[in-house]
Design a protein around this ligand. Structure first.
Ligand code: F6P
Length: 336
């Protein structure tokens, strides 16, 4: 029953005195809540926090400063990341990482917390392997595509944002009796698409995990029309070959019906995080600091079935998290 312990009861056997935290890769709503949790958990245990700006590129350039509990005040509800983020090319070189490691040594940092997706975890993993800096990952990406956690920070909010757009497009689609093909984010994963398809009552969903031929949609639309449906919603994950435009072209060619394509894009990465993302971020931020205090390194903190779990960083990209096949089946059955 560790969860019932007062935080002050958590010992610090690794004798951590100072930690660094950064956000990297695509931003995700809830990253600020995670930074806040890291800072406040650390402060509670008399550990100082160094905030690194602009991800690994800031670490390489030494763009760092001490941040305290007041610096993260009034941030839990804000989208984006107060530490800023970037995708760093310099970090892909051993020289770039050596410079970053030297900066951490200069600042007297005992461990680094990386909030991001698998690309960011690669960056942290190499830093630890080559320079011995203990690294802990916190899963922050709207795509929900990381093995080792049921959900990633930002996913819940992205789904709500996309769903809100789908509901609005349905209004205009129904009024004009049109077919709307809506593309949601997910470069390699269909988690957002599938969730939004079921919650938005879509007629069909296309995800990269099932690269079925696009032509099947022609019959689905024809059947819908035959059943008296004047408008349809088709959801396509960005990573499905050909994207929404490919699906729309196939429908127009195969049925002669008019379609509209709507690509929701980066709007899905913004906005105030919903409560599930704020709470997940708060739990994982706390867990990341505790992991370092306990002497863990090279792991991502995640939440599975309500419990905090630790997964080796390399497994987060070596193993894949499948979409829910039950949900996929359910989406099909309900779209009659
Ligand atoms: O953060 C993940 C993600 O949103 C993907 O779904 C998308 O393909 C990608 O980021 C786009 O990122 P950017 O425009 O920052 O390169």
């Amino acid at each position: 029953m560790t969860d019932l312990l007062h935080p002050a009861d958590h010992a610090n056997p690794a004798a951590i005195k100072r930690l660094a935290v950064l956000t990297s890769g695509g931003d995700a709503p809830g990253m600020n809540a995670a930074i806040r949790a890291v800072v406040r958990t650390a402060t509670h245990h008399d550990i100082e926090i160094v905030g690194v700006r602009r991800g690994f590129s800031g670490l390489h350039r030494g763009d760092m400063r001490i941040i305290g509990p007041r610096d993260v005040a009034n941030t839990i509800q804000r989208g984006g990341t107060i530490l800023l983020t970037a995708r760093s090319h310099t970090w892909r070189t051993p020289e770039g990482r050596a410079k970053g490691a030297a900066n951490l040594r200069e600042w007297g940092v005992d461990g680094l917390i990386v909030i991001g997706g698998d690309g960011s975890f690669h960056g942290g993993y190499f830093l630890q392997e080559e320079h011995g800096v203990p690294v802990i990952g916190i899963p922050g990406t709207i795509d929900n595509d990381l093995y080792g956690t049921d959900h990633t920070i930002g996913y819940f909010t992205a789904v709500e944002t996309a769903l809100d757009a789908v509901d609005k497009l349905r209004d205009t689609g129904a009024s004009h009796e049109r077919i709307f093909v809506i593309e949601v984010m997910g470069r390699h994963a269909g988690h957002i698409a599938l969730e939004v398809a079921v919650a938005g009552g879509a007629e069909e969903v296309f995800i990269p995990e099932d690269p079925k031929p696009v032509d099947g949609v022609v019959q689905i639309v024809k059947d819908s029309v035959a059943k008296g449906k004047a408008s349809s919603i088709i959801i396509v994950a960005e990573g499905y070959p050909g994207g929404a435009t490919g699906v729309s072209d196939a429908i127009e060619k195969g049925t002669g019906l008019e379609t509209r394509v709507s690509i929701l894009g980066h709007i899905q990465r913004g906005g105030s995080p919903v409560s599930s993302d704020r709470v997940l971020a708060s739990r994982l931020g706390e867990a990341a600091v505790y992991a370092l205090m306990d002497g863990k390194k090279g792991v991502m903190v995640g939440r599975e079935n309500g419990q905090i779990v630790h997964t080796p960083l390399h497994e987060t990209w070596e193993k894949s998290k499948d979409v829910s096949r039950d949900l996929y089946r359910c989406a099909k059955m309900l779209s009659v």
